[in-house]
Structures are given as structure tokens and as C-alpha cells.
Design a protein around this ligand. Structure first.
Ligand code: NAP
Length: 255
């Protein structure tokens, strides 16, 4: 196993908030050269500046091919021509069951959570192969539990979990490893973006889910970031779907 991410170039999409921001802060604290991307330039710039010189930022939409190209170029520039890790973290949710499902909403969630990370991985492949690096996708506990009202989101995350396993099989010969993290509940803005909740309401929603986790608390971005660091370094781990969820995916129920 490689021993450290120090000096390694890592591209994190959606690094301006939540789990992506936490990953950027944690991996930079371990010496990695991280590049974060997102659509809100002010957010990613603020996060990058507060992390310091180990963090580069690039504004862009993962659903736009030319923006994905700029993300890769920014990470290569920051990594002195190398890319060791791609963390396909950017994602959106969609709240609806079957009755409320609309074509545009389903297309948006699939484009962001499935199409974009696959095409960014395709773009980065040669650079990842050169560094014998790895890709991390982000699934969801919605692939472990059947929660009504999150149909499109669960479908998109199910697709990316399966895609990560197929890619691990495909890319092993190039020495590019592909893994997937399944987070439990982490208090972020992801639901607020569709419900219009203010940040306090959004956090309260997540805090109320603590009882669903055997460990008795919701997750912190750093919990997920530690798992990412392991997957970035673990030379013989590929195709893993790693639950980092305080046990939420077990379907823990107190009778
Ligand atoms: N929080 C949880 O409990 C939880 C659980 C399981 C899985 N996840 C997954 O974890 C990942 C991170 O989500 P989070 O919870 O940290 O939520 P978040 O704070 O809303 O972060 C999502 C990030 O993705 C970026 N993003 C969304 N669409 C984008 C696009 N088209 N182009 C570029 N960036 C885009 C957003 O930035 P901009 O809006 O500035 O573009 C935002 O910074 C997602 O894949 C999510 O599905 C979260």
C-alpha cells in the first residue's frame, strides 16, 4: 500500500461544500495537492483560500464537457502534470416518488450523478493510468435502504455503484483502481437545494436521523474523507463498495 497522499494531485468535484469540502480539507491536511470544482465560483474560491496553497479551484459544471476538460487541466497544472486521484463527489438529489416524477428532473439527476462522473473518468483515464492512480465514486445509503420519495436519486446512485464495479474490472489491466464509498447521513446542503430549507433546518433534518445509525450519530465529512484516503492508497483494493455509514445501511430497527 502506498503510504501517503502527500504531494499527490487529487481532483474533487463538488468541493465547495459538504462531503467534497471535507475531503478537500482533510486530504490537503495530509499533504495532498487538491483541486476542487463546482458551479459557485465564490464558494470554491472561499474554500480553496481557507485551505491554502495546497488547494486549487476551478469553476465549472460537471455536466458540461468543456468544463470537465478545464477541471482536469486545472488538476494537472496543480499536480505538476500528474493526477493521482479523481473523486467524483458532485451530486444532486431529487425528491419525488413515481407519481411526481418528471422527465426533466430525472434527466438532471442522471446527468449529474451518472453521466458526468463517467465522462470525467473517461477524460482522466490516461493521466490516472500514468500515475497508477484511482477513482472514487460516491454511492448512497439509498442503495441499501428502500426509501419512498427518492426514486430518481436512488436509481442514479444504484447506477453509479454498479458502474464503479464494472470499471474496476475494465481498468484493472491499466492499474487504475476504482472504488465506491456509500455514506450514511451527513449534514450537508444536498436536500436544501431541492426543499428550499435554510442551512439550520437542513442540519436539523439530518440530526434527527441519528437514531437510524447503530453508532448513534450522523456522519461528519471527515468520516467519509478518511475512507477516501484509504481507498486512494490501498494498492490491492479495487471494485470495493465501502459502507461508511455508522451502520445505517444495515436497516437498524429497535423493536
Ligand atoms: N449528505 C449525505 O447524507 C449523503 C449521503 C450519501 C451520499 N451523498 C453524496 O455525497 C456527495 C456530496 O454531497 P453532499 O451531501 O456533500 O451535498 P452538497 O453539500 O450539496 O455537495 C454537492 C456538491 O456538488 C456540487 N455540484 C452539484 N451539481 C454540480 C454540477 N452540475 N457541476 C459541478 N458541481 C456540482 C455542488 O456545488 P455547486 O452547486 O456549486 O455546483 C456541491 O458543492 C453527493 O454525490 C451525494 O449524493 C451524500
Amino acid at each position: 500500500m502506498s503510504t501517503s497522499v502527500e504531494g499527490r494531485s487529487i481532483l474533487i468535484t463538488g468541493g465547495g461544500s459538504g462531503i467534497g469540502e471535507g475531503a478537500a480539507r482533510y486530504l490537503a491536511s495530509r499533504g495532498a495537492r487538491v483541486t476542487i470544482s463546482g458551479r459557485r465560483a465564490d464558494r470554491i474560491q472561499e474554500v480553496a483560500q481557507s485551505i491554502g496553497p495546497l488547494c486549487n479551484w476551478v469553476e465549472g459544471d460537471v455536466c458540461v464537457a468543456s468544463d470537465r476538460q478545464r477541471m482536469l487541466e486545472a488538476a494537472l497544472a496543480h499536480g505538476q502534470g500528474t493526477l493521482f486521484g479523481l473523486i467524483n463527489n458532485a451530486g444532486i438529489t431529487h425528491h419525488s416518488g413515481l407519481a411526481g416524477l418528471d422527465e426533466a428532473g430525472l434527466a438532471r439527476v442522471m446527468a449529474t450523478n451518472v453521466h458526468a462522473p463517467l465522462f470525467l473518468t473517461q477524460l482522466a483515464l490516461e493521466d490516472l493510468a500514468r500515475s497508477q492512480g484511482s477513482v472514487i465514486f460516491i454511492g448512497s445509503v439509498h442503495t441499501r435502504l428502500a426509501l419512498p420519495g427518492r426514486l430518481a436519486y436512488a436509481a442514479s446512485k444504484g447506477a453509479i455503484v454498479n458502474a464503479s464495479r464494472v470499471l474496476a474490472a475494465e481498468l484493472g489491466a491499466r492499474k487504475v483502481r476504482v472504488n465506491c464509498v456509500i455514506p450514511g447521513a451527513v449534514a450537508t446542503e444536498i436536500n436544501a437545494a431541492v426543499t428550499g430549507q435554510d442551512p439550520q433546518e437542513a442540519k436539523a433534518f439530518f440530526r434527527n436521523l441519528a437514531h437510524l445509525h447503530p453508532i448513534g450519530r450522523i456522519g461528519e465529512p471527515e468520516d467519509i474523507a478518511q475512507a477516501m484516503e484509504y481507498l486512494l492508497l490501498a494498492d490491492w483494493t479495487t471494485g470495493a463498495v465501502l459502507d461508511v455509514d455508522g451502520g445505517m445501511g444495515l436497516g437498524y430497527t429497535k423493536l
